[in-house]
Design a protein around this ligand. Structure first.
Ligand code: FEO
Length: 168
């Protein structure tokens, strides 16, 4: 059984994960509009991952007979100055999500709620990867700058990204 506080925080996280999906779709749209469909694909796949994260929380709450409540989330930013800004914001957002996951983990620890501690460990590990992914591509985008050839090479690489639901 989940405490009310834990349940509320887990429900809030569903909202954050779906917001993340929309935010990344806004970034995808910006990239596609610039003719960079591979970058667009990268963020579309990222959005799929975020919906997968949201559904993990949804299913976890239900598995403990908790009540999921769906709430609205804010409109994501749709305008960006550059690809570099897109990746800077994506990394900043992942750092925010990591803090949220750690807050949830701290609460689960404080309540000694072992199922939730165990459940959240997947997300603690996942966030290390999420930050590393955004950081890596931000570095590459910075490196190529305005070099069209370099950007197209990265675009081709990102076009190959596919979504495979992780094994929980
Ligand atoms: Fe659901 Fe990108 O963290």
């Amino acid at each position: 059984m989940l405490s009310k506080k834990m349940l509320d925080e887990l429900n809030v996280q569903i909202k954050h994960e779906f917001f993340s999906a929309n935010y990344y779709l806004a970034m995808a749209a910006y990239c596609i509009d610039r003719g960079l469909d591979g970058f667009g694909n990268f963020f579309i796949i990222q959005a799929e991952e975020e919906r997968f994260h949201a559904m993990k929380f949804f299913n976890y709450i239900n598995s403990l007979n908790g009540r999921v409540t769906m709430t609205g989330y804010e409109e994501p930013r749709n305008d960006f100055k550059s690809l570099e800004e897109v990746f800077e914001l994506a990394l900043k957002h992942e750092v925010f999500v990591t803090k949220r996951i750690h807050t949830l983990a701290d609460l689960a620890q404080a309540e000694k709620h072992h199922p939730t501690i165990s459940f959240l460990q997947w997300f603690v590990d996942e966030q290390v990867e999420e930050e590393a992914t955004m950081s890596t591509w931000l570095d590459k985008v910075k490196l190529v700058g305005d070099n069209g050839h370099g950007l197209l090479m990265i675009d081709q690489e990102l076009a190959a990204r596919t979504f495979t639901p992780p094994v929980a």
